[in-house]
Design a protein around this ligand. Structure first.
Ligand code: ADP
Ligand code: MG
Length: 667
């Protein structure tokens, strides 16, 4: 069987179920057989009912004596059956599955699994898993039964039977893409797939996991390291000339001394710029650690080497802010700074700052030597390639305030060199952070009003409703804004900021906030990244439980920028004790990297990058916290690429790699 076959073409699935399976990102046979269970129900003990204790989870084999649907007064349908295993009769009950009376008839021989209970003094099992005894071995009962991530209209039972059928058809034609010497003593691929879905004992699951996790991380390592090799294929024509005295001149023009971390990172960057390869570096540093200055220094060096630069920000607001900062820093050196956003376009400059409009449109900027990308991790993999093909490859510097745990950096960013600014400029006040119980909410509003009366400014961040800012989020923000304005702070000046405002309106709101004409800024979480308004000292985050820790840390980094003490108040609604404990970390931990590592442990990789990119980076089976396996796969990938960089000696591996490259390297 061809595993690239579309699921919509399969009898028993068809376009109807294929549409639903798409929600799970399953499109082909291959996708489906790599849709792994997340747990297993142990229904492996087959017993007789008279040998079973109440409360025990068992599998019984027997006959259906009767079955009927019963309609409750509340309008629910119960399907009730009498089942007898030769020792006792048991009442089976299913909820809202009236169609069962069509599939199960009196006289049918069934195997059922579930928890034995007593109801009205009769033996009973609620919602048992069941299957007819036609085939052995069974798949839904009487064994370790796989349970899958589900979606609307797609149950684990459905997935189980489809996967079972497909495995028997597809496994014989699946070729193991790992070369024998790499596979070593791990399971062959077909066997690993069989065992992950239908293990006989849990040990088999562990063995299968070992193989499949290896595959997942190994392919990512191969993809990123190959990207790195390709990046280095075409040397730059001339290394840049960088004089120590020029750098000194720049440093001396600053109103402060660079931190030692900034100096170290600037050293790493200048080193790259003087080699014959284009720089491809990721600069990570907490909010407020001073990345912009470092970027400005690099732009200045480009200028001295007669190159112009592009500086890309994720939003217009940030583009304006960078424009102001960079103008102040570089105009004294006679440089022209341009701005290019949806609403403003001036490009005759030595450095042009803008949104990604910068790359998508064909800008007539001459001689681009440096591209800086702020706050967009993977931004530009595709565009980067475009730029490469258009002219000579410029140097690339990507900046992020998202703390990236080492294991993640090793895996997902293996093609980039990593620099870290791991200290904040001296004298920054700690942001005193408090998880506010709902009972104290009223008091805290009063406290906020007092702070505003004393001249401080406040952000109120509305909850994250969806992944990206859509109309629903905007509506929620508007509603919150109206509520706060009318009911809570009728005597204060409030402003509203969200991503759907027109550029002009945004600019005005931010300007008003900056000038103090707005005292409380109600804002969605989407537009705030990187705002720098020192008089804003209080931040309220509504629905804090919906954010990851690292994300919350980034949000609170908007305050605590001046010398006044700053406060972050976390509001929650209906929060679980687990979330409560999680959020408490923010009261005591101010290290972004530590927080993102906690996220990784508690909530998985999706959280590190915020919900906007959720899923894209989620591994199916391997753990991004598994340092040992990450390092191992990295080593193996490196060795393999060293002997055969094209991988043409391994055609199966090569084609597998092509398939996944599209996924791990999104643009
Ligand atoms: P980031 O982009 O890393 O979040 P910014 O570059 O916006 O941080 O810098 C935050 C603030 O810190 C700015 O107001 C900047 O002028 C200031 N700053 C940067 N470096 C230093 C330093 N070495 N000493 C004091 N203040 C600094
Ligand atoms: Mg910044």
């Amino acid at each position: 069987m061809d595993t690239n076959l579309l699921l919509s073409k399969l009898p028993g699935i068809g376009p109807y179920f294929a549409k639903r399976l798409e929600k799970l990102n399953l499109f082909t046979v291959e996708d489906l057989i790599h849709h792994y269970p997340f747990r297993y129900d142990d229904y492996s003990i087959i017993k007789s009912a008279d040998n079973t204790q109440i409360g025990e989870v068992v599998t019984l084999a027997g006959e259906i004596w009767s079955i009927k649907n019963v309609y409750t007064r509340a309008g629910r349908v119960l399907t009730q059956a009498i089942f007898n295993d030769g020792t006792s009769s048991i009442m089976l009950t299913w909820f809202n599955q009236s169609y069962l009376t069509k599939s199960i008839k009196a006289g049918d021989h069934l195997q059922i699994s579930g928890k034995l209970s007593k109801y009205k003094n009769k033996l009973s099992i609620l919602a048992p898993s069941w299957e007819k005894i036609i085939s052995t071995p069974t798949i839904h009962t009487g064994r370790l039964v796989p349970v899958y991530p589900e979606t609307y209209g797609i149950s684990s039972k459905f997935l189980r039977s489809k996967i079972h059928n497909l495995l028997s058809l597809a496994l014989p034609s699946i070729k193991d893409f790992l070369p024998d010497e790499i596979r070593d003593n791990m399971l062959p691929l077909p066997e690993a797939l069989q065992k992950i879905h239908f293990p006989k004992i849990m040990d088999e699951v562990n063995e299968a996991r070992k193989r499949l996790s290896f595959d997942e991380l190994f392919l990512i390592q191969l993809a990123t390291q190959k990207a790195r090799l390709i990046w280095r294929e075409k040397p730059i024509t001339k290394p840049w000339k960088i004089e120590k005295k020029d750098l000194e001149k720049f440093k001396n023009s600053l109103p402060f001394k660079l931190t030692s971390a900034q100096t170290k990172v600037l050293g790493e960057i200048t080193f790259d710029l003087q080699t014959t390869y284009p720089m491809n570096r990721l600069l990570q540093g907490e909010v407020g650690s001073g990345k912009t200055i470092v970027a400005a220094a690099a732009i200045y060096l480009a200028h001295l080497n007669n190159f112009s630069s592009l500086f890309m920000a994720p939003t217009e607001i940030l583009a304006w802010q960078h424009f102001e900062t960079v103008s102040k820093l570089l105009e004294p050196f006679g440089m022209k700074v341009g701005l290019y956003t949806g609403s403003k376009k001036s490009v005759q400059a030595d450095v042009v700052i803008g949104t990604h409009a910068l790359l998508s449109e064909k800008l007539a900027i001459k001689n681009i030597g440096l591209v800086i990308i702020d706050e967009q991790h993977r931004f530009g993999v595709v565009q980067r390639t475009n730029l490469r093909q258009r002219s000579k490859t410029p140097h690339f510097l990507t900046m992020t305030a998202t703390p990236i745990p080492r294991t993640v950096a090793l895996t997902l960013y293996g093609d980039l060199d990593l620099s870290t600014i791991d200290e904040l400029p001296k004298g920054r006040p700690k942001i005193s952070t408090h998880l506010v119980p709902s009972a104290k909410r009223k008091d805290s509003y009063k406290w906020i009003e007092r702070k505003v009366r004393q001249g401080d400014q406040v952000y109120i961040i509305t909850p994250l409703i969806e992944e990206s800012e859509t109309l629903t989020s905007v509506k929620a923000a508007k509603k919150e804004f109206e509520f706060l304005k009318k009911e809570i702070f009728p005597n204060l000046k409030l402003g509203l900021l969200h991503g759907k405002l027109k550029a002009k309106e945004k600019e005005e709101v931010i300007l008003n906030f900056r000038q103090g004409k707005i005292q409380i800024l109600v804002s969605t979480s989407v537009v705030e990244v990187g705002m720098d308004i020192p008089n804003a000292t209080v931040m309220v985050i509504e629905g804090a439980e919906r954010f990851g820790l690292a994300q919350l840390h980034q949000l609170r980094g908007r305050i605590g920028r001046g010398i006044k003490p700053s406060f972050c108040l976390l509001y929650t609604s209906n929060v679980s004790s687990k979330d409560n404990r999680r959020l408490k970390y923010l009261e005591t931990t101010f290290d972004g990297l530590k927080l993102s590592e906690l996220d990784l442990k508690i909530r998985g990789s999706g959280e590190i990058f915020g919900t906007a990119q959720h899923g894209k980076w989620d591994l199916k089976i391997a753990q991004l916290s598994d340092l040992e396996l990450i390092e191992k796969t990295k080593g193996v990938a490196k060795d393999l690429l060293e002997v055969n960089p094209e991988l043409d000696k391994y055609p199966k591996l090569q084609s597998q790699l092509q398939k996944i490259s599209a996924n791990v390297m999104p643009d």
